[in-house]
Design a protein around this ligand. Structure first.
Ligand code: THU
Length: 135
């Protein structure tokens, strides 16, 4: 994938802005768009723990609120200070399934900057789809 190195680098860099005073667990995410633009996000926590938001969702909401959609996204990367590559939480998988194309490549990165590549559709089989609403 063109710009893959930049995408991985930006997801790793995105951890720097993590606001995680409660867990000290930094997560960064980045989306690569067709035009080469990279949009980032990090986890943002709150003293009322349930209000915290994961990096993946911050990133994807940032993409959409900037006027882009799944058709514009060619790759997505997530970085954590983990030994194994980071695996996104269930809530983020649900959001990724809706906001990314199912064939979009997702790069999962560990603290040594090693990574694994998976397709979105492998992350959450039988995910809840909006097309059943209003049936
Ligand atoms: N976190 C993420 O940002 N993404 C994930 O996929 C898993 C967890 C964040 C949420 C919280 O700020 C911290 O990591 C510990 O759960």
């Amino acid at each position: 994938m063109k710009h893959q190195d930049e995408l991985l680098r930006e997801a790793i860099l995105a951890k720097v802005n993590s606001y995680s005073p409660y867990s000290s667990f930094r997560v960064g995410a980045a989306a690569l768009l067709k035009d080469g633009t990279i949009i980032k996000g990090c986890n943002v926590e709150n003293a009322s723990f349930g209000l915290s938001m994961c990096a993946e969702r911050v990133c994807l909401f940032n993409v959409y609120s900037s006027g882009y959609h799944k058709e514009d996204i060619v790759g997505f990367a997530i970085s954590g200070d983990t030994d194994d590559v980071i695996y996104p939480c269930g809530a983020c998988r649900q959001v990724m399934c809706e906001l990314l194309n199912e064939t979009c490549s997702v790069f999962l990165i560990n603290k040594k900057d090693e990574y694994k590549e998976v397709k979105v559709k492998r992350l959450l089989p039988f995910y809840f789809k909006g097309d059943v609403l209003g049936e």
